[in-house]
Write a protein that binds this ligand. Structure first.
Ligand code: GLC
Length: 751
């Protein structure tokens, strides 16, 4: 029978996938298209040999997985990364030389989260999907949504902060915008990949309550609310099993409780066992690193290649497991540009750059300002811009999230473009990065020896920086105002990819101390010129106690993308009113964070998440710990007032309304944050939890009513013993404010 079908398809194979056929499904994922695909999928699988099915379950090159040429089933094409389409690698593991892959470099994930603007999530994803489509990709490997458990994680810049509700809300928009273009989103890394140290082997010891209340919700949101088409497993283990083929994570929760019907792809080389991968939910194994020789790959060696074939042929594992994986892969292909025409994409168009600019404008956070900002350019004759980060380019660093940006406006360029000839701008680097091994988490293997080759003599570098500092101070002394631009950086020039680094993949920081002598430099600049504003870039905070008290204005800019320098200048000179809010708590030292003071970080072999659900403000607020700037905090050049809290209860639904008024003399935007406090709970719960927010843009004097819907999930907790979600009846307090510690309106409801 099968042979007859073979003949039939061999003759009419193209019919199944003729362009008209793929085309007439039209763009997008209308239910009709999906139903049609399901029927076709089953008929296709019936035609495939076991070898052909297995060929679809693993990589066929660095960023493709296998197709079935005989049946016109194409390879699936993947590309990084979360904030821009990565360099073209072709089928190898190195960026192709001379290839036109320049793309839009958006502000990084934590910048997007700092906007608290859900419309931006969609528009950001839309740009990524449109450019990925233009570059011929079917799956874009983002968003990164791992929770910020410690400020030392080298990849915090790629993710969306410490709160699962905010991360989920921003990621859902991102996923919808991206997939509307016909490119699959790929939320990563599922789950509890919250450090880079020993990431391939570390075994996370964690409670189910912490998983369900902190580390799962953003993934649950993109599945249940974002209809995401693919998920990426993580490298680490959870409670003894590798996450990429974790029975509880994949079969019980993701594909069981949440009903995920898409594809689980591994992280690159995160599959470690054939039997587990087949049984516990891995659908595609990626990972060029597995190969002996990157440039002469033999993909048959993969766990889900020949070894899997043999396991099925021997009858040890039923072929139905393979069929389910192929079904999911074909379903994704039908949903995406792989098998459905979604129209042409575009790249590097003005609309995309406009999104980069607007996200940068709303993602930059004004944390301190005694009135020095905004600067008045007609009151400044000479402006000193000091700091290595004022001229450093960031797009192509940081690891797999690197982007070949079409351009990148640096802070110095942005400032010079804005002030024009009216102001004399003078620049001094102030400090130069150097590679001080003692500042990095343990570096192992040949990468370490390579990076040691590049090791500049630290003493030589430090004395060179003495000279640079002196030069900067002299400039500061004779200027009318100073803008210092410093903070963290990604990996260094000359360092191997991802090595010798701070904010980048494969490394964690050892502490939050300002690097390269910047602390002394800031102190001396403040002493030299009272009109000094400090701007820091980076994926998290730095220690502040020694310089912040004497600093009049402090702006945190994260890594604001290709238009970041322009957005920063517009904020510093008041053309744009800052509206960013912290998606993480800024405490002073990493030791203040619960992952260090209660739990372990980064652990050794195993890492104990002993802090459980008390992550970020859930810890700092509940335990009343001092912080410099709380979660959700951010200043404006105008002022706002909250009033008229109104709750209407319908069963376990509570509609929250409040009025926000711009009481200042210029337009601005405010984020109304809604927290829930459960004083009657029968189990310990955080003092408050973010369960809704809304950003409003207001003209001077204008008022608007915000509205947030709370439902059962807003009041529930995951029962530590019964292992299920529970909503207890009792009194709950609804809190509305503009940070986790600035609560202006409260009212109790009995549910
Ligand atoms: C890397 C990263 C992952 C990335 C993948 C492909 O190891 O962990 O985020 O998408 O490999 O580059």
């Amino acid at each position: 029978m099968r042979n007859v079908l073979f003949m039939l398809v061999a003759i009419t194979g193209s019919v199944l996938f003729s362009s008209c056929d793929a085309g007439n499904e039209g763009a997008g994922t209308s239910p009709a298209a999906n139903e049609v695909s399901e029927a076709k999928i089953d008929s296709l699988i019936a035609l495939m040999t076991l070898e052909e099915k297995i060929g679809m379950l693993h990589a066929s090159s660095s960023f493709t997985s296998g197709g079935v040429p005989r049946l016109n089933i194409p390879e699936l094409v993947f590309s990084d990364g979360p904030h821009g389409v990565r360099h073209e690698h072709g089928r190898g593991w190195h960026a192709l030389e001379g290839y036109d892959d320049r793309s839009t470099y958006l502000p990084v994930g934590i910048s997007l989260a700092s906007t608290w603007n859900q419309d931006f999530g969609y528009r950001y994803g839309e740009v990524l999907g449109n450019e990925a489509k233009e570059r011929g990709k079917n799956v874009l490997l983002g968003p990164g949504i791992n929770i910020l458990r410690s400020p030392l994680n080298g990849r915090n810049f790629e993710y969306m902060g410490e709160d699962p509700f905010l991360a989920g809300a921003m990621a859902v928009g991102y996923v919808r915008g991206l997939q509307a273009q016909g490119v699959a989103a790929n939320a990563k890394h599922y789950a509890a990949n919250n450090q880079e140290t020993d990431r391939h082997n570390i075994d996370v010891q964690i409670s189910k309550r912490a998983l369900h209340e902190i580390y799962f919700p953003a993934f649950r949101a993109v599945v249940k609310d974002g209809d995401i088409w693919s998920i990426m497993g993580a490298y680490n283990k959870i409670n003894g099993q590798y996450t990429t083929h974790h029975e509880y994570l994949n079969n019980v929760v993701l594909k069981g409780e949440w009903g995920f019907d898409g594809v689980v792809i591994s992280d690159w080389a995160s599959v470690k066992d054939t039997r587990e991968a087949l049984l516990f939910g891995t659908d595609i194994e990626m990972g060029t690193e597995l190969l002996r020789d990157f440039d002469n790959p033999v993909y048959e060696e993969f766990y889900m290649a020949r070894p899997a074939l043999e396991m099925i042929e021997s009858g040890e594992i039923d072929e139905s497991y393979v069929d389910d994986k192929v079904r999911r892969i074909l379903r994704l292909m039908y949903r995406t540009t792989a098998l459905t025409d979604h129209g042409p994409g575009q790249r590097n168009v003005e609309e995309h750059q406009q999104v980069a600019l607007e996200v940068a404008r709303e993602g930059i956070v004004l944390l301190k300002n005694d009135g020095l900002l905004p600067l008045e350019k007609n009151e400044i004759r000479t402006l000193a811009v000091i700091g290595h980060n004022a001229t450093r380019l960031f797009a192509e660093r940081g690891g797999s999230s690197q982007v070949p940006a079409l351009y990148e406006i640096t802070p110095l360029e942005g400032i010079m473009n804005l002030v024009g000839d009216d102001v004399e701008v003078v620049y001094a680097e102030g400090y130069e990065p150097y590679y001080d091994e003692s500042l990095f988490s343990d570096i192992r293997g040949d990468a370490a020896s390579q990076s040691r080759e590049n090791l500049r003599d630290v003493e030589l570098a430090r004395s060179a920086n003495e000279g640079l500092m002196q030069e900067a101070i002299e400039l500061a002394e004779r200027a009318d105002a100073v803008i210092f631009v410093g903070g963290w950086i990604h990996g260094h020039e000359g360092m191997p990819w991802g090595e010798g680094t701070y904010d980048a993949e494969a490394r964690d920081k050892l502490n939050l101390k300002l690097i390269f002598g910047q602390e002394e430099l800031i102190q001396r600049i403040n002493a030299a010129n009272e009109n000094t504003a400090v701007v820091l870039m980076g994926g998290s905070n730095v220690e502040m106690e020694n310089w912040l008290p004497d600093t009049r204005a402090y702006v945190h800019a994260w890594y604001p993308g290709m238009e970041g320098g322009r957005a920063l200048a517009e904020i510093l000179f008041g053309e744009v009113n800052p509206s960013g809010k912290l998606p993480m708590t800024f405490a002073n030292s990493h030791e203040d964070y619960p992952s260090h003071s209660i739990g372990e970080f980064p652990g050794e072999g195993t890492v104990d998440y002993a802090e459980g659900i008390y992550v970020g403000y859930r810890y700092f607020d509940t335990y009343e710990r001092d912080v410099f700037f709380p979660f959700g905090f951010g200043l404006s050049y105008t002022s706002f007032e909250f009033s008229d809290l109104n709750l209407s209860v319908d069963g376990s639904k509570v509609r929250v309304r409040a009025t926000v008024t711009n009481t200042g003399d210029r337009e601005g935007a405010e984020v109304a944050q809604v927290y829930v406090h459960a004083p009657d709970a029968s189990v310990d719960r955080p003092i408050r939890e973010l369960k809704g927010f809304q950003k409003v843009h207001l003209e001077a004097g204008e008022s608007k009513t915000i509205e947030v819907e709370l439902d059962e999930s807003s009041f529930s907790y995951y029962h530590p013993e019964e292992l299920r979600w529970v909503m207890e009846s009792g009194t709950y307090q609804i809190q509305v404010g503009n940070s986790s510690r600035d609560i202006f309106l409260t009212e109790n409801v009995d549910l």
